[in-house]
Ligand binder design. Sequence first.
Ligand code: 9MR
Length: 380
Amino acid sequence: MKSFPRSITCLLALTLVSSGQTQTQPTLKAAFSRDFPIGVAVNERQFTGRDTHGVAIITNQFNSISPENALKWESVHPRPGTNGYDFSAADAYVDFGEKHHMLIVGHTLAWHSQTPRWVFEDENGRPLRGTNAADRALLLERLHDHILTVVGRYKGRIKIWDVVNEALSDGDTFNDRVILRQWSPWVRVLGDEFISKAFEWAHEADPDAILRYNDYSVENEAKRKRLIVLIKKLQEKHVPVMAIGLQTHANLTWPSPALEDEALTDIAKLGLPMHITELDVNASAAGQRTQSADVAENARASRDGAAASAEAQAQLATQYTNLFKVFLKHRDKIKLVTFWGVTDADSWRRDGRPLLFDLEGNPKPALADVLKIAQASGSP
Ligand code: 9MR
């Protein structure tokens, strides 16, 4: 990624026109150009160009994109069989990234969610069973076909893949016998084999792609331990896991700067680059009670209306400032920081007003504060 001295960064400033006044502000991608690319998850209205205001923010502020939903199994491979693929949205997403010279990320190949039911059933609609060798073979064959087809199609264009998403078990108590999410159909049928196979096949399909394991709440000590057990086991087997994706769905009080620092320090010991993959900060009062990445749970927890208050938004700016200070401290290991959405209106946590641009797409005070951190970071 090209980097510029901070003095030149000022020349790359974006001119913002708001309420008749002209202000100059650096952009996120310019401000952090010496540190890491700054990515954003984009939706279909954005990568097809219909949301013109969204496109303007994306192209001004960011130099990497992730597909919020367009490359998930249900979008790209809704039906069984070789004719079951639909690449219309995914192709438009990759074209958009290339047109704007973005670092393009793929999300996600093997996940328990947003994967059609047929994937885990036989031709008669009977659920596949781990005790049945033919069922296991069928699910592995489907995973193989999916990964070779999807990764192969975008070989050399999508540079980073979330190969396996959210496979770790939740819960605050560590137990070394329960590392993976036991109710996931992938785990039920294939155990941990689906993880190693997914990475091996993705590597076969595009040997140059950076392959990530991606999960949420890995700041939580028990979950972080599970992550480290899982990744070490993969590394011992020479499975090509090449980066750790920390989603970082934060709230106003969690993770604390000390906890984030501890988590990054610990995870860095695996010797892999770390990517902050889905950054947002839930600013609603009740949202502070959940560390979950579940959509319905977050919606319930954010409906109190408190997130829009000036006080909550000031706290949001503080939390972003704290998090970016820690990211900068670990900038030798952090190779990408991606926000999960452009404006609050686009966000899966919309009621928690969690991003740097408000419902109308105007920059929030938190944006200015994050930019200040970049400028104050003291890099030569
Ligand atoms: O932002 C995504 C939202 O539009 C979808 O409805 C949702 C469905 O599960 O997925 C959201 O993105 C998730 C991401 O793919 C994986 N980590 C958690 C994210 C928030 O739920």
